[in-house]
Design a protein around this ligand. Sequence first.
Ligand SMILES: [Zn+2]
Length: 236
Amino acid sequence: MNLLRQAVKRILTSCVPSRWLLTRGPRQTTTKTPRIALTFDDGPHPEHTSKLLDILQANQLTATFFVVGKNAEQAPGLVQRIVDEGHELGNHTWSHGEPSQTSPSLFLEEIQRTDELLAALTGVVPQTVRPPKGELNLAKLRGLWKQSKNVALWNVDPRDYRMTSDAEVSAWVSTYKPQDGDVLLFHDNHPWASQALTQLANRGTFDRVETVSVSTLVGISPASNSPVAVSTIAST
Ligand SMILES: [Zn+2]
């Protein structure tokens, strides 16, 4: 089943533009500095997201945070800080429910509820959605595209959510070779993303790449202004 899902995903991502369904950014033809997108899912987390933002700021890095609505509700200050410090906000549903247990209508309701919260908190509606576990069926995908949402998956997964030690972070960092267009998946409800960024910075990785938001990577506007966009979404 997993193999089938992977095959469908491969076919879909090869058939549609990366701005609609992103796994890896398009290769640049003119600029020489490789561009990569750092992405952080499942926050905001009071401790780990705050630390991560400090590290991003200290190293002048740009990232995308795919926040869970119910977590954002508990940490409005962090959500605002993400925006204020130039990062992109993405929508990662309200409750992060198990995809197989979440109907398309519930999934889309959760996307809308999270959009409305983020709009109320920051004044912007995220343009980009990342479904929990990166799993979508055609009804969910069609529903997102109908709302002109962009779907962002990833092509580099350090599996930080499974890490248990600094040594595991180091093992991954030592093998990572940035490629133009990489979309890296981290989680800011765990401590290991901060460790990974610190180690990558210490190795000089960020001196050789430009970090950009997922929207910049695919050349779209990252967000829309809130009041009109929310009412538009609510009526569809
Ligand atoms: Zn997630």
